[in-house]
Design a protein around this ligand. Structure first.
Ligand SMILES: [Zn+2]
Length: 464
């Protein structure tokens, strides 16, 4: 909701100088001798990232031109074609799409209405992978529950009813289970449909979609998220003793798998090309908003980081590879396919970094790896203190890189950002580029470029 401000020229010099001067500022132990060789290229990368609004402009082009990028959609495939062409024009090397078959779920038309005690249209979004209703919809008594304990206590009295999960936001981990498994848990008691308080921070009556998965052996019943305001209203009506009747109409359906691709572009390493540092993100999104934050921004930032190395003539010792994964949101097929297609190469993956928490003001990185590697990345991150991104957190990773990290025991990182807005707009119609500041995404590019470049160029392999 913030207004975009253009303020690069004023602050750029300070960032560049700060990055150089602060090299030894925040590291708790003395800076290692090898770090000095990286102050100059780090300064150049930061300067180039902050010199203009190229990253924001490219994200605007992606999201304005192609809109949402749900797996199976024309928008996603057109965006993949565009990215391949643009990456080639940028001079990235070995630009290619690696084929992945992805689920093809379509939402169709949908609505939910409170019928009784008084008619009221609910702000809703069907959950990804949900089945639809019969064409005429379903109309049933609705029962609001505060969690699985209450659900199970009601047991078979829920037969034929619509269950409304009104579970307050307690962070993504604890709350998302109601979205993932709530439909099958309710179906086990004979419920015919599910509505769910949106999994996210309260917005302005914006429901949040997201994937559900059906448990084998239970009937598949339709499920949708409703806005927090509507969940609260249903709760208050029930608490006053009203019997609720809800009508749900959803055309959602799963079509046969569609062909998609992971988009890859790299700079081949000058000495150890077989060793790879990956900058990863996912190009697919939900079918609401334009997936600017989740995760178009992560893809543009990762790609721009590699483009800037190319532009500045910085060819690291090892290969640096941007991977724009497909189908993170409702299948993770891109991450799984990368693991399988690069199985023989995973032992040579030196580091995988995922950017999927929004491209807000970067604070540093989460990191998972051995102590030697942690000490090294802490030293590298000190080069980012001038842009406030030198923090190394206790754990890093991401959904797309997860399968490869696990299979190859690869050190893993995630870009950490000031994500106060992330779960307000995530998976909603409000996930659009106006929520992203050009300075913030530029700083994300700088952080990824410096971390990626230095780790790819280190004299000794990370962690050894
Ligand atoms: Zn994401």
């Amino acid at each position: 909701m913030r207004h975009v401000r253009w303020r690069f020229p004023l602050v750029m010099t300070a960032f560049v100088v700060g990055a150089v001067a602060a090299g030894s500022g925040q590291a708790s132990s003395p800076a290692p001798a090898w770090l000095d060789a990286y102050r100059e290229p780090a300064s150049r990368l930061i300067g180039a990232a902050l010199a203009d609004t190229a990253a924001w402009a490219r994200l605007a082009e992606l999201t304005d031109t192609f809109g949402h990028r749900l797996s199976g959609s024309k928008g996603l495939e057109d965006a993949i074609e565009w990215a391949l062409g643009e990456m080639s024009r940028d001079g990235l090397e070995n630009v290619r799409g690696e084929k992945v078959m992805v689920p093809h779920w379509v939402r169709g038309r949908e609505r939910a209405d409170l019928v009784s005690p008084a008619p009221h249209p609910l702000a809703m979004l069907g959950l990804g992978n949900s089945v639809g209703t019969p064409p005429d919809g379903i109309e049933a008594e609705a029962v609001v529950v505060g969690g699985f304990d209450e659900l199970d206590a009601l047991g078979t009295s829920l037969k034929g009813k619509i269950v409304v999960y009104n579970v307050p936001w307690a962070g993504y981990g604890p709350t998302v289970q109601y979205r993932s498994s709530g439909a099958s848990r309710a179906a086990a008691h004979g419920a015919v449909g599910v509505l769910l308080r949106s999994v996210g921070q309260p917005g302005l009556r914006t429901p949040h979609t997201g994937a559900l998965s059906y448990a084998p052996g239970q009937p598949k019943i339709p499920a949708a998220a409703i806005a927090h305001e509507d969940a609260d209203r249903l709760q208050r009506l029930q608490d006053r003793g009203h019997t609720l009747v809800v009508r749900l109409v959803m055309e959602a359906r799963m079509l046969p798998d569609a062909e998609s691709a992971n988009v890859i572009g790299e700079i081949v390493g000058r000495e150890r090309p077989e060793e790879v540092v990956v900058l990863g993100c996912h190009l697919d999104s939900w079918d609401v908003g334009t997936g600017a934050t989740d995760d178009g921004g992560g893809c543009i930032a990762s790609w721009e980081a590699v483009r800037l190395m190319k532009k500045l003539g910085l060819r690291p010792r090892r290969t640096i590879r941007a991977v724009l994964f497909t189908n993170e949101e409702n299948g993770l097929r891109g991450g799984l396919a990368y693991r399988d297609q690069h199985k023989a190469e995973l032992a040579n993956h030196v580091l995988m970094i995922e950017t999927d928490g929004g491209v807000f003001r970067p604070l540093g990185f989460g990191f998972s790896g051995n102590d030697a590697a942690r000490a090294t990345v802490k030293a590298v991150a000190s080069l980012l203190s001038g842009i406030g991104a030198s923090r190394i957190g206790p754990a890093g990773g991401g959904a797309d890189i997860g399968p490869s990290v696990q299979a190859g025991k690869v050190p893993a990182m995630s870009l950490d950002v000031d994500g106060a807005l992330y779960f307000t707009i995530h998976h909603t119609e409000a996930d659009t580029i106006d929520k992203i500041e050009p300075t913030d995404i530029a700083r994300c590019v700088a952080a990824l470029a410096v971390m990626g470049y230095v780790v790819a160029d280190l004299p000794a392999r990370l962690g050894q």
